[in-house]
Design a protein around this ligand. Structure first.
Ligand code: GTP
Ligand code: SPV
Ligand code: MN
Length: 596
């Protein structure tokens, strides 16, 4: 008798009619073969899927150029298909599941004719972890198959875990014809199912990542009592050798990867990386919050990555341990046949081809690499990988950092008064948009806990779930708001960021250890300037003050925007968050603006 998995694969094959079906085992030998197929046989948009690059400085490097209309997540084409619209909430595009399936069935009908169907069994999380989930993705694209080998734990362990059960997350993907009019990313949280058509871009096509590990998993977390979050996880070793684990949520392209691999600018501190994008947070047997990274690779923003900003990532990319390393929509140094992007170390090469294959030179006002060009690399290549990465139990989290990209208003760092206030800090977070999704860049939008594009249900209920988790924790982590992106009169970042962020983290660790005080403001607790280690940094005192400036008059519009945002969630909005809102408005002397 066929197992539920075999039956499902068979049904998808009947629908999509591929020429061949190939079950991936996740081995290196197989990845080498798939890359060869991507170089010699498979084409996208008339171009080979992979181009081999020079191995001398960038081991195992392969280049992938995606369709020019397919270079970022497409939030307007992403739907959450709960049976009723209210469960999806105002934060999501919604479609009736029946209507969505009808639409998608038409698109998927016969779409793999002439192509190979790759069946990818994979684990999100360590196979031995009680928090891990087994999944299977089907795709018709070798770039996606190879990327999934890097980003997940693919192969036999997932198949063993699934066995003859039907307890696995299903993902059906086809790049279709890459026509944006026929591009949809449909989520069916109740069925643990994703259908994605018409895109080969990371967040749309690597279904283990945002589609499952956040959108579907956040809904599973609501049902099962845990949290799936858009967070990095890191350990910070202090000069005495004590390691403190923290998780941090920042919206897309706002600094998670850079923070997770940070090289400390303060002597004696060392960073251990566990994850750079997604954290699953569970209440452990001792009542503390434990984090695992369900992924096994980095899909990171290339531009700006250099020995100066992120030396550990450059070392990760230059490590030849795990095959292969992919570069998507970067520029190329044609003389060296190497990847190149704006901000990379060294002189600008003479003979550059931009991400679309056109000649490029620095006098042009375009970017050589697409602003959302990315590398895909195994986490096992990372020299700062924590020994705890493969610990099935995860790591105990002492602090949660919630941040955004704000050129004004929001201080560099701020501690919440308590868990409920911390949740409020997260719910009201705003951030200026980036190139990680296809929309206008630099526009302020509310992005609670950096989860706006990734919460698979009504965000009002999500806020309530956060509050409930806090109540169940014996020792809830302290919550902090962070903002690396405040600018001066000339529009320049005031805070140097990157490795210097350790100075903020050090204050946080000192707070956790009860070693330092804090100053109360209407917004939260901020450092006394004497407690923030700025030694060796050349920031004038008035600029430092500016990093923490709170001007109540600037907050009028902000409070109105927050109130409007919260109002959308109607009866789903927890009263406790409104209470926090009213308390803040009152402290800022603006209680009149609060209606509720
Ligand atoms: P996703 O992979 O999209 O989720 O992004 P991410 O949150 O991992 O962001 P990442 O670390 O890749 O950073 C994105 C961009 O933010 C980089 O190109 C950097 O230029 C910039 N950035 C990261 N950290 C800092 C910082 O501390 N200060 C400043 N000014 N910029 C930073
Ligand atoms: C993000 O956009 O937050 C990313 C890249 O991490 S993607 O996988 O495309 O979502
Ligand atoms: Mn991300």
């Amino acid at each position: 008798m066929a197992t539920p998995l075999e039956k499902w694969v068979d049904e998808q094959a009947k629908l999509t009619t591929p020429d061949r079906i190939y079950w991936c085992n996740g081995s290196e030998e197989e990845a080498r073969r798939l890359v060869e197929i991507g170089i010699k046989e498979e084409k996208i948009n008339g171009l080979p899927v992979f181009q081999k690059l020079n191995d001398k400085h960038w081991p195992n490097a392969y280049f992938h150029r995606s369709h020019p209309t397919d270079v970022a997540r497409t939030e307007h084409l992403t739907f959450i298909c709960h049976p009723d619209k209210e469960t999806a909430g105002p934060n999501n595009n919604w479609m009736d599941p029946r209507e969505a399936k009808e639409k998608m069935t038409k698109l998927f009908s016969g779409c793999m004719k002439g192509r190979t169907m790759y069946v990818l069994p994979y684990m999100m999380g360590h196979p031995k972890s009680p928090y891990a989930k087994a999944c299977v993705q089907i795709t018709d694209n070798s770039y996606v198959a190879v990327s999934m080998r890097l980003m997940t734990r693919m192969g036999k362990e997932a198949l063993d875990r699934i066995g003859s059960s039907d307890d696995f997350v299903r993902g059906l993907h086809s790049i279709g014809d890459l026509n944006p009019d026929r591009r949809f990313i449909m989520h069916f949280p109740q069925e643990h199912l994703v259908w994605s058509f018409g895109s080969g871009y990371g967040g749309n096509a690597l279904l283990g990542k945002k589609c499952f590990a956040l959108r579907i998993a956040s809904y599973l977390g609501l049902k099962e009592g845990w949290l799936a979050e858009h967070m990095l996880i890191m350990g910070i070793e202090d000069p005495k050798g004590k390691i403190t684990y923290i998780a941090a949520a920042l919206p897309s392209a706002c600094g998670k990867t850079n923070l997770a691999l940070m090289q400390s600018a303060l002597p004696g501190y060392k960073i251990w990386t566990i994850g750079d994008d997604i954290a699953w947070l569970n209440i452990g047997p001792d009542g503390r919050l434990y984090a695992i990274n369900p992924e096994a690779g980095f899909f990171g923003v290339a531009p700006g990555t250099s020995l100066k900003t992120n030396p550990q990532m450059i070392k990760t990319l230059k490590n030849d341990k795990f095959f292969p390393t992919l570069y998507t929509n970067t520029a190329l140094d044609l003389d060296a046949n190497e990847p190149w992007w704006n901000g990379l170390d060294g002189a600008i090469p003479k003979n550059i081809e931009d991400w679309q294959g056109n000649p490029w030179n620095p006098s042009m006002d375009t970017k050589a690499a697409h602003p959302n060009s990315r590398f895909t690399v195994s986490i096992y290549n990372c020299p700062s990988l924590s020994n705890e990465f493969d610990n099935p139990a995860g790591v105990p989290i002492s602090a949660i950092l919630l941040g955004g990209r704000r050129s004004s208003l929001v201080p560099l760092v701020m501690e919440a008064f308590n868990w409920q206030h911390g949740v409020f800090l997260g719910t009201r977070t705003g951030s200026e948009t980036t190139a990680a999704a296809a929309h206008q860049v630099g526009v302020l939008r509310r992005d609670p806990m950096a989860m706006l594009p990734f919460c698979g249900y009504n965000m009002g209920d999500y806020f309530g779930h956060w509050l409930n988790i806090g109540k169940k924790l014996k020792q809830p982590p302290k919550i902090y708001s962070i903002n690396w992106f405040r600018t001066d009169e000339d529009g320049k970042f005031i805070w140097p960021g990157f490795g210097e962020n350790i100075r903020v983290i050090k204050w946080i660790i000192d707070r956790i250890g009860g070693k330092t005080g804090a100053k109360e403001t209407p917004l939260g607790l901020v450092p006394e300037l004497k407690d923030l280690d700025l030694s060796g940094l050349n920031i004038p005192q008035d600029k430092v003050k500016k990093l923490f400036a709170i001007d109540p008059s600037e907050w009028t519009a902000e409070l109105q925007d927050i109130e409007k945002y919260f109002g959308q969630f109607g009866s789903h909005m927890p009263e406790a968050i409104w209470q926090e809102y009213r308390a803040l408005a009152e402290k800022l002397g603006q209680s009149k603006s609060s209606k509720k």
